[in-house]
Design a protein around this ligand. Structure first.
Ligand code: C2E
Ligand code: MG
Ligand code: MG
Length: 241
């Protein structure tokens, strides 16, 4: 609570790179907490608590607001716009009117909803569906899609991997989790899994982002497998706006 009030939260950005051209095709917004005594606190340490307490709702709004005002500033500076991906927690989908918030903020900041990507984990999609008992076409993810917001499945392959939702929500991106990419060059099982995800996504017209690229050999493997997008320390660490 104090971190929000005392403006200790910040958003950093990490580029998403086209493997063919090495151009920046997008950015992922990542939440940062600079504590006056404890220094930098990683999101993995406080997002869970923020979800339990419901504080993730105002924090999530802060992130969206910051992303859109940064994007507006970059536009004014003459940079060509790139889509920005924002991590969305299941709690935000369940306990707030996220589509309404995004509609309001995009209008306020003059951002096209198609320039925004919502990154949802498989478990967020699953919990969301459970909470809504499945069938309603009015659910939050469908409303996001109707607004024009792009949907990315984050940490793909680590959750329930119920593949039916890829079709159901016309998912735009899957992000292959770092745990499969890390040993891609040496581990034949990882190679098989990553290759299969890329092939499946290509046939479904879904773009693939490989997460956590740290070395050139990994990148070369991904290029051979015809993965189109990559993100990782090899290109850039998350950095201030
Ligand atoms: P994520 O969405 O999967 O984000 C990618 C994480 O991998 C980031 O960690 C990023 O700094 C890290 N990363 C990127 N490239 C590399 C690499 O080459 N090597 C290694 N070792 N790591 C890399 P970060 O920033 O600590 O975020 C952790 C998680 O916290 C995120 O995972 C996301 O699930 C969550 N998160 C971050 N910001 C937000 C937010 O605004 N809202 C919500 N709900 N969750 C957030
Ligand atoms: Mg993410
Ligand atoms: Mg991820």
């Amino acid at each position: 609570r104090a971190a929000i009030e005392q403006k200790q939260l910040d958003v950093h950005y990490q580029p998403i790179i086209d493997i063919g051209s090495h151009r920046v095709m997008g950015l992922e917004a990542l939440l940062r907490w600079k504590h006056p005594l404890h220094g930098f606190v990683a999101p993995g340490r406080f997002i869970g608590v923020a979800e339990e307490t419901g504080l993730i709702v105002p924090i999530g709004e802060f992130v969206l607001e910051r992303v859109m005002s940064d994007a507006a500033r970059w536009r004014e500076m003459g940079w060509s716009p790139v889509p920005v991906a924002v991590n969305i927690s299941a709690v935000q989908l369940q306990r707030s009117d996220l589509p309404g918030t995004i509609r309001r903020l995009t209008q306020l900041h003059g951002m096209k909803p198609s320039m925004l990507q919502a990154e949802l984990t498989e478990s967020a999609v699953f919990e969301h569906r459970e909470a809504r008992s499945g069938e309603s076409s009015e659910d939050g993810i469908s409303r996001l899609r109707e607004l024009g917001v792009r949907v990315a499945i984050d940490d793909f392959g680590t959750g329930y991997s119920s593949l039916s939702y890829l079709k159901r929500w016309r998912v735009d991106y899957v992000k292959i989790d770092r745990s499969f990419v890390r040993d891609l060059v040496t581990d034949m099982s990882d190679l098989a899994i990553v290759g299969a995800i890329i092939a499946m996504a290509r046939h479904l017209n879904i773009q693939v982002v490989a997460e956590g690229i740290e070395g050139w050999q990994q990148l070369e493997k991904l290029r051979q497998l015809q993965c189109n997008l990559a993100q990782g320390f090899l290109f850039a660490k998350p950095t201030p706006a």
